[in-house]
Design a binder for this molecule. Structure first.
Ligand SMILES: Nc1ncnc2c1ncn2[C@@H]1O[C@H](COP(=O)(O)OP(=O)(O)O)[C@@H](O)[C@H]1O
Ligand SMILES: [Mg+2]
Length: 530
């Protein structure tokens, strides 16, 4: 049965005593909006009215579209939540024939009214408070933890389906939810595209479905806590927090990913890397949950350290300045400062200068006075000895020895870094190749699906037309048969009738007796005919 429109619900709602069957709603009053008509809020799938009864408020959630097996789903969700205390959910009741609209009864969901703001509104108002954003992120993580513990997934987590009441979070809109007991059902919808993995399909349904949207929300809140200006930078707030569907098609060139990557927070970078991997994943079951953040970050740190094993040296003259805990240098690729030449070598410098002067004087004397070569060699024999002594003294210096060791260590580390970089480059190439292959395979499969669909349609049309002409032939034959049957029956009947009349007449012979109304002559003629 087609569902009423928002306007039709609004009209019906003007007489709650007539349209509702639930006692509370019947006696309540819808909160008015513009022109005094009942105020309605809609996310597209339902129209939600606030009904006030005394100091209590209810939400009457009216469906705008059919949800497959809605009654069964809501029963399973209701039964599951009833047995557990889960403060993040709101009390609700599914009423199958809950509202009368234009003479027809339709289902509604009667809910407790949540007096708060949607997460979207809350973030927009409080985004400049780092503390508020950090708290919201941690509260959200706790909420997710609770869902995970119970094996529940909301399946459409987004900024309009989460509400904030005095800083605490509540979830609403349970149409798409998964609870244990709903295994084997498909999803009733694929959720808000700005919060869902691009590959999510209706067949994907289970406790892992929230994992992707968890990262979308969690990273947005953490990013805002670190740098509130990203909201303006990324035009946040229009059906999203910071990420949109378009960011998931090419994360490496997405504005949102880039803007968040630029925030100088080492931990956030690791989370963003994890999320990026999640976007690239084709299997939704491989996406981790934010509740495993600690484990994920530790593993990633280890990996980063392994890949970029640059020494944290604090030796004389070889300094790497980095604040403790900040590992952004790994990404920023800061250069290791090289040691300058040792300055404190006065003796060696003096000896060197003296030797040079002596060599010059000896050369000059030889040139001017033509001293015999043998004589000159005698005078100059001290020079190589001096040079050897200077070199030995220089090399024997502690600082020079250490520098030599450091230089060789640096050379060794540099070669290690180069070989690791080469390994990374090869790995990246391999991953890119795999990605390319997978994309190619997906493209081929998509094309194949389209071709198969076309073929199927064609086949179906062909069969339909064959069936149709066969049906027509049968109808024609049936018609003919009917006409023939009627004619035969008519002929048979006529024959029987004639025989019957003849039999009847022959049973009543007319002889000499007189029949009233017949003259003598006619009576005589009839009796002659038998
Ligand atoms: N129980 C409730 N209390 C307060 N507001 C609600 C409640 N349920 C829904 N709303 C409001 O109505 C909006 C749409 O409701 P929702 O159930 O999410 O419908 P849709 O399926 O169309 O998204 C929500 O974003 C929220 O602002
Ligand atoms: Mg909603």
């Amino acid at each position: 049965m087609p569902k009423p429109t928002l306007q039709e619900y609004q009209e019906a709602m003007q007489r709650p005593d007539l349209c509702f069957i639930d006692g509370d709603l019947k006696k309540g009053k819808p909160v008015p909006g513009v022109f005094g008509l009942p105020k309605v809020i809609s996310g597209g799938f339902a129209g939600v009215f606030q009904i006030k009864k005394g100091n209590k408020s209810y939400a009457a959630r009216c469906f705008l579209r059919d949800v497959r097996d809605i009654e069964k789903r809501y029963k399973a969700i209701h039964d599951f939540l009833k047995r557990r205390r889960m403060p993040y959910f709101v009390k609700f009741e599914y009423i199958d024939q809950g509202i009368l609209v234009k003479g027809k009864k339709h289902p509604i969901l009667k809910m407790e009214w949540v007096n708060g703001q949607t997460l979207g509104e809350y973030v927009e108002k409080n985004r400049r408070s780092s503390q508020a954003m950090e708290d919201a992120a941690q509260n959200f993580k706790e909420l997710v933890n609770e869902l995970k513990k119970r094996g529940v997934a909301h399946c459409d987590l987004h900024d309009q389906n989460i509400m904030v009441v005095d800083g605490e979070l509540r979830i609403i809109d349970y149409d798409a939810m998964f609870v244990p007991g709903l295994e084997g059902f498909p999803s009733s919808e694929v959720g808000h595209t700005n919060y869902q993995h691009p590959e999510r399909r209706l067949e994907d349904f289970g406790p892992h479905i929230d994992n992707f949207s968890e990262w979308v929300i969690y990273i947005s809140l953490i990013a805002l806590a670190r740098k509130p200006e990203v909201w303006e930078e990324l035009n946040g707030g229009d059906q999203c927090l910071l990420f949109r569907r378009t960011d998931y098609t090419d994360p490496d060139h997405s504005k949102a990913f880039r803007a968040i990557e630029d925030i100088p927070d080492d931990n956030l970078k690791l989370l963003l890397d994890t999320f990026k991997d999640a976007v690239y994943t084709y299997n939704l079951q491989d996406i981790p949950s934010i509740v495993d953040e600690g484990k994920i970050v530790r593993r990633r740190r280890q990996l980063v350290n392994e890949v970029a094993k640059i020494p944290q040296i604090s030796m004389d003259g070889l300094e790497v300045t980095m604040p403790r805990r900040d590992r952004s240098w790994i990404w920023a690729n800061k250069e290791v400062e090289r040691m300058s030449l040792p300055k404190n070598m006065r003796l060696e410098r003096l000896a060197l200068a003296f030797t040079l002067l002596y060599t010059l004087v000896a050369g000059g004397v030889y040139a001017v006075y033509h001293v015999p070569l043998l004589e000159l060699a005698r005078y100059a024999s001290g020079i190589p000895v001096m040079a050897l002594l200077i070199t030995a003294s220089y090399l024997g210096r502690d600082v020079v020895r250490k520098r030599g060791q450091k230089a060789s260590r640096i050379r060794q580390l540099e070669s290690e870094v180069r070989s690791r970089q080469e390994r990374i480059r090869r790995e990246v190439e391999r991953v890119n190749q795999i990605k390319e292959d997978v994309s190619q395979r997906i493209r081929e499969l998509k094309e194949r699906i389209v071709a198969l669909k076309n073929q199927e349609e064609l086949e179906l049309k062909k069969r339909e037309s064959t069936h149709w002409s066969r049906l027509q032939q049968i109808t024609e034959a049936k018609k003919e048969f009917k006409v023939q049957e009627r004619n035969e029956r008519y002929a048979l009947l006529k024959e029987k009738q004639r025989a019957h009349i003849a039999a009847q007449l022959s049973a009543h012979r007319i002889n000499g007796s007189r029949t009233p109304g017949l003259g003598l002559v006619k009576s005589f003629m009839l009796s002659r005919m038998g």
